[in-house]
Write a protein that binds this ligand. Structure first.
Ligand SMILES: Nc1nc2c(ncn2[C@@H]2O[C@H](COP(=O)(O)OP(=O)(O)OP(=O)(O)O)[C@@H](O)[C@H]2O)c(=O)[nH]1
Ligand SMILES: [Zn+2]
Length: 215
């Protein structure tokens, strides 16, 4: 492997975040419905009975909603920034962003809240766009650690702020409704970049703002 290639590979590994890809479906809706009907038959049901006749169609529509993240690149939501917000250079935090995702191991729901903060340089973004970025990554098959890192990396790459912090607190239904069956368990992950990683005061201010311990 060339030196250049080796460096590139290690940078990607450091970041630990694959690019968000935009995926146009390669499977027809009809085939997706057939797959749902097969699962129903496998579970012991008759997909043609009255109550289930429209279920494959409904499930495919629900999947289109739950996995709509594949249809767009979340970074695009951040591209329309407001330059130079006069007199403001302090931390901006959006907390309690509710999201629904699905774990890539069991395709079971992950339901939780994301908290996002950044320290702007000269660019700020419409605050709803942070929630759109969370949804853009959540509406895919996910691992919580990856989701957390992707959101932070996306904000960092596009806004180039002094720092970014992302904390996610979520319940994995693959742990509560099956497998170990542990209710009341939530998983907390965080990704800190720039000043949020290097400077304990910045990080603590963010953690105080989101106050997840009390809330
Ligand atoms: N770190 C991490 N683990 C996850 C996440 N979502 C699910 N998991 C875990 O992924 C693991 C998959 O383990 P496997 O042993 O392959 O699957 P399994 O036999 O269904 O495991 P059990 O859930 O223990 O029944 C499980 O321990 C899940 O709890 C996540 O977002 N992050
Ligand atoms: Zn799972």
């Amino acid at each position: 492997m060339s030196k250049k290639k080796a460096r590139g590979a290690s940078r990607a590994a450091d970041a630990g975040v694959p690019e968000a890809h935009v995926q146009t479906p390669t499977v027809s809706e009809q085939d997706a419905r057939q797959a749902v009907a097969t699962l129903l038959r496998w579970a012991g049901e008759d997909p043609m009975r009255e109550g289930l006749r429209d279920t494959p169609k409904r499930v495919v529509t629900a999947y289109r909603d739950w996995f709509s993240g594949y249809l767009s690149d979340p970074a695009d939501y951040l591209r329309r920034t407001f330059e130079e917000v006069e007199g403001y250079d302090e931390m901006i935090v959006l907390r309690d962003i509710e999201f629904e995702s699905h774990c890539e191991h069991h395709m079971a729901p992950i339901i939780g809240k994301a908290h996002v903060g950044y320290l702007p340089t000269n660019k700020v973004v419409g605050i709803s766009k942070l929630a759109r970025v969370v949804d853009g990554y959540a509406r895919r098959f996910q691992v919580q650690e990856k989701l957390t890192a992707q959101i932070a990396r996306c904000i960092n790459d596009v806004l180039k702020p002094r720092g970014v912090g992302v904390v996610i607190d979520a319940v994995h239904q693959c742990m509560t409704t099956r497998g170990v069956h542990k209710r009341g368990v939530s998983m907390i992950t965080s990704k800190m970049l720039g000043d949020f990683r290097e400077d304990a005061r910045t990080r603590n201010e963010f953690l105080r703002f989101i106050d997840i311990a009390n809330g």
